[in-house]
Design a protein around this ligand. Structure first.
Ligand code: NAI
Length: 345
């Protein structure tokens, strides 16, 4: 008869971690960092491509910890099933924890740790990459030139220098974005319930409404919470300048996608760049090119020439993956040793 997960771990004297929603690069980075820096800790890493759901919790049988990513389901029923499987720790290999029912985890005695920051510059750089691409249409120019079409009609952009950039959420990533935009010669406005002195070196705080009214470009860097859900909906969009560019590399549900589509049709939104999407868990991180897009809202969105979509890749640099692997396994080490883990949520 199989022993319980705790017995199994104790018997082996090793700590077993089952990873969900993994891609080949997760395996590559985590295995290398584990071999290089955690060899004496006795971590056994098991990689599954499955998304964590109630059904897939069976894969966690015999594990001490599970390691999850942004679109894994860590709701109360999943936590209950993990608890029954003997899991004592949930390691988030990301910053956001909106997909975790923290009350349920606390009640189940399951520790939840995250990676609060991993190359915030990488995310900010991607947000600005998207803005530049969408504005100067380099993605379209690339295809044209490859086909021998050197016409410029349809590629007209605007000069960022002298324009107003609104940064919603001036935490780690927002500050990096603000610095870059300030470097372009933009006037930077910020909105955040908490003031960050680092932001004030390059930008000015205003109320959200003023930011919406004055900005030519708005970039979102606040977490998804009950307060920020559909922060960019009809009301906010109505206040914005006609032709405003909106960039979202934070979490999809900050933007009410159906309202954004209406604003694209009316010309209120001049450009929309998103690395995250409300219903992304059904689409992102997998090759679906041989199939069709079952999500009609997403399909409509992708027909606009002034919409640029990437599949949650803002974090995706070697430096960031290195840090994610190192901090995730350091969190596990601290919890296994009963030491203080600074990244508990
Ligand atoms: P952070 O915690 O350093 O900063 C978030 C800021 O948002 C804080 O200053 C907070 O006070 C502020 N905020 C909270 N509610 C707000 C509101 N209603 N209006 C304006 N500001 C508000 O977080 P960090 O590291 O800057 O990350 C921001 C978000 O970026 C994460 O929550 C995550 O969702 C997303 N992210 C996306 C990645 C990607 O690959 N696309 C990678 C990493 C993070």
């Amino acid at each position: 008869m199989p022993s319980t997960a705790q017995d199994t771990a104790t018997d082996r004297g090793r700590t077993r971690v089952v990873f969900f929603s993994t891609q080949p690069y997760d395996r590559r980075f985590f295995t290398r960092i584990n071999d290089e820096r955690f060899v004496d800790d006795g971590f056994d890493l098991v990689f599954s491509r499955d998304r964590l759901t109630v059904e897939s919790t069976a894969l966690a049988a015999g594990a001490d910890a599970v390691c999850v990513f942004v679109n894994d389901d860590v709701s109360a029923p999943v936590i209950e099933a993990l608890r029954a499987a003997g899991v004592r720790t949930v390691l988030l290999r990301c910053a956001g924890f909106n997909n975790v029912d923290l009350d349920a985890a606390r009640a189940a005695g399951i520790a939840v740790a995250r990676v609060p920051a991993y190359s915030p510059e990488a995310v900010a750089e991607h947000a600005v990459t998207m803005l530049l691409t969408l504005n100067r249409k380099t993605h379209r120019a690339y295809n044209r030139v490859r086909e021998g079409n050197f016409a410029l009609d349809g590629l007209l952009g605007f000069t960022l220098h002298g324009k107003v950039a609104g940064v919603v959420g001036t935490g780690r990533i927002g500050v990096c974005a603000a610095r870059i935009l300030h470097g372009f010669g933009m006037q930077v406005l910020g909105s955040d319930p908490y003031r960050n002195p680092e932001f004030e070196k390059v930008g000015t705080y205003v109320e959200p409404d003023e930011l919406f009214e004055r900005s030519d470009v708005i970039t979102l860097h606040s977490p998804l919470t009950a307060d920020t859900y559909h922060l960019i909906g009809k009301q906010a969009l109505d206040k914005m300048k006609d032709g405003v560019f909106l960039v979202n590399t934070s979490r999809g549900a900050l933007v009410d996608t159906k309202q954004a589509i209406k604003a694209l049709k009316s010309g209120k939104l001049g450009g929309l760049a998103i690395d995250v999407y409300e219903q992304e868990e059904a689409l992102f991180f997998h090759d679906r090119s041989h199939s069709f897009i079952p999500d009609d809202v997403f399909a409509r969105l992708s027909t606009f020439p002034n919409v640029l979509i990437t599949g949650h890749q803002a974090f995706f640099t070697g430096e960031a993956l290195d840090q994610i692997s190192d901090v995730t396994l350091s969190n596990l080490r601290a919890l296994v040793r009963g030491e203080d883990c600074p990244h508990l949520v």
